[in-house]
Write a protein of this length. Sequence first.
Length: 341
Amino acid sequence: MDTKLGDIAPQSPIGRCCSCCCSVFVFVMIILFGPASVGQVDRLHYGLAKDTISGRVDLDHVLQPGRYYVGFWSQMILFPSHLFTIEFSNEKPEEGVDHLSVLQTRDQDGKSIFLDISVQVRLSQKGVGELYKEMLDQYKSVFTAELRDDLAKAANNFKISDAWNKYPEITSLLTDACKRALATRHAECWALQLWGIRLESKYEAALIKTQVTKQAKRTEDQRKRHLIVRANTSVILANYKKNKTIIEANGTAEKFMIEKAANADAEANLIKAQANATALIKSIVRVNGKPPMTDEQVVEYMKRIMILNKTDTNFLIHAGRESLSAINAQAYRGISESGLR
């Protein structure tokens, strides 16, 4: 059996009016309450859904950033998923930092000290439900109270004078106390900075004087070490310079000896060659079948041979026993050629 809209629609004018009003009412309710039924978890946050009618909070489901259909009767309780800073200091911090007064405590010697400390905290996603169950939305107040107590107790375990000599150890000690304080509170102590230390004026002046004296002593020790190293370096440099001078002097002497030896050898070889040439001339050259030439004749013979070879020379300077005299080279060559024939 086919059923049409007209079969179920009211037929009377009053019924049609009521049906139209109901349709409009439902449409308006969908428009009004549809978007209100969607809850949003902002970025860098976790969320818990809370029923505003019964007040019940869903602690088992921690929501990530996004949009969720939870009904118009529910709302989102947000918790930061990013790092947030808690600072103990009398200075005004930047915007977004949870600021508390300076941490006042006592050191191992009982001196009153004031510490400027910044702590970066991050919530555990798995522990957000338990965090809300135990502390509602007042978890930051609980964190600061726990941190102040544990950090103040940790400061009792070191001397304030060690802050200059053992700063990394002291920072590590305070960081461990921070981690212990937040470990049971479903949060993580991500980092801690100890950036300010003050004492009462009389203790601080004495401590500064002591540290300045120690620093001056260390500076003087380093200066002495510098002078010793500089003196040793000067000795080494002087030895190098002395060795360089000795090496250069030995090299110069060897060079002089080598040059003189070479010149002497050259002169000896030249004299030997000249002697050999003279002996060869005396043994070979005969003038008209006469006996071998005397030494004076050999010298005169060699001089005339030299002049004959100087074909491009017009004048010669003759160095005799008494004085110098100019000689016509061309005429002398002619005389020598006729004489040699």
